[in-house]
Design a protein around this ligand. Structure first.
Ligand code: NDP
Ligand code: GDR
Length: 347
């Protein structure tokens, strides 16, 4: 009988953690997933995917900022593979909470790397790096060779953790791998991120629960993919012959405005755009009603204007390629939000 591989996922309550847990359980792994103590449990994603009560899944309370519990966690789980997905992951909040963001997102991964070094040096480690490290982009498209220039406390924190992963690889021979993932979305995305905010608001507008959607910079361009496909890429990164850094992206970029138009199109509403900058509005082509407004409240002190990734190394070396189009992804999210809002769901 083959012994099941063991995986540790930090941040299992988040979008990627939930999809990754489902993928690894389907592959026969024993999975330990960590969640934070809070006044109310946050298991809706793993419940929605039907894995919360899986017999091969153990849920453990854990905070990434605590070194001693990182060591105990490593002793308890004895994982073959560690996927570090936990982070303060919202760029906007990182401007308001730069110190907390650094503590969690920059230093947290070092606690795990230290725990691996002390307890379990043969464990393979995946660090959730990000296209936000490219920030003010130095090349188009961005690849593993593009110089970094982060533009937010979140991006700077992630860059530190990225280099620490490389450093532990080079200093101690730890299998420390890093996936530089471009934005990836799904019906399980948090509602503070722009795609889900848009699809949730479109659903509410259609159901008469909201008058108009308020957004910040509509000109920002992102390379958006489907989260379910990206967690498969994470797994492939840890199955590679050697620890390395890989970009996962779709190689297509669209503006936030385009995504709004696409989401309304999904419910048969045409949008005409008027004006520009903070005064810009999106109006219903049929009724003339304003459905989208721009508010300075959602602008960031420094913006990442344009992201488009080159995933050719991942295709060449891992056989990874995305297949869901942005139109399909957007439609999937709009339909999920129509269903949830019709049922009165609060997540
Ligand atoms: P989410 O914000 O959905 O999930 C983040 C997870 O981290 C949650 O489970 C959260 O717990 C947990 N967490 C936050 N702080 C701590 C802490 N101090 N100790 C332990 N756990 C903590 O992020 P995603 O799933 O979207 O992203 C996963 C990872 O990938 C993140 O590191 C993110 O920065 C990175 N990334 C994401 C991309 C994307 O487009 N989604 C692109 C590139 C990188 P709780 O539920 O309690 O808040
Ligand atoms: P991002 O995602 O910052 O790229 O980080 P987000 O969806 O928050 O923003 C994308 C772009 O949309 C613009 N925008 C708005 N954003 C939000 N959230 N709300 C708005 O109302 C709004 N209006 C315009 C933003 O300015 C930005 O340009 C995500 C996170 O998942 C990170 O953890 C991850 O590392 C990166 O993607 C890759």
């Amino acid at each position: 009988m083959q012994i099941a591989k063991k995986a540790l996922i930090t941040g299992i309550t988040g979008q990627d953690g939930a999809y990754l847990a489902q993928l690894l359980l389907e592959k026969g792994y024993e999975v330990t997933g960590t969640y934070r103590r809070s006044s109310s449990v946050n298991f809706w994603r793993i419940e929605e995917l039907g894995v919360a009560a899986h017999p091969q899944l153990s849920l453990v309370e854990y905070d990434l900022t605590d070194l001693s519990s990182s060591i105990r966690l490593m002793e308890l789980a004895r994982p073959d593979e560690v996927y570090n997905l936990a982070a303060q992951s919202f760029v906007g909040v990182s401007f308001d909470q730069p110190v907390a963001t650094a503590g969690i997102t920059a230093l947290g991964p070092v606690n795990l790397l230290e725990a691996i070094r002390i307890v379990n040096p043969r464990a393979r480690f995946y660090q959730a790096s990000t296209s936000e490290m490219f920030g003010k982009v130095q090349a188009i498209p961005q690849s593993e060779d593009t110089p970094f220039y982060p533009r937010s406390p979140y991006g700077v924190a992630k860059l530190y953790a990225h280099w620490m992963t490389v450093n532990y690889r080079e200093s101690y021979g730890i299998f420390g791998a890093s996936g530089i993932l471009f934005n990836h979305e799904s019906p399980l995305r948090g509602r503070e991120f722009v795609t889900r905010k848009i699809t949730d608001s479109v659903a509410k507008i259609v159901l008469g629960k909201l008058d108009a959607l308020e957004l910040g910079n509509l000109d920002a361009k992102r390379d958006w993919g489907y989260a379910r496909e990206y967690v498969d890429g994470m797994w492939r990164i840890l199955q590679a012959g050697a620890a390395d850094t890989f970009v996962l992206a779709t190689n297509r970029t669209e503006t936030v405005r385009d995504f709004v138009t696409m989401a309304f199109h999904g419910v048969d509403i045409g949008i005409d755009w008027h004006g520009g900058g903070v005064g810009e509005t999106g109006r219903c082509r049929r009724s003339g009603k304003t459905l989208v407004r721009v508010s300075p409240k959602f602008y960031r002190p420094a913006e990442v204007e344009l992201l488009i990734g080159d995933p050719s190394k991942a295709l060449r070396e891992l056989g990874w390629a995305p297949s869901t189009t942005l139109e399909q992804l957007c439609q999937m999210m709009v339909e999920a939000d129509l269903r949830r809002n019709a049922l009165g769901a609060t997540f």
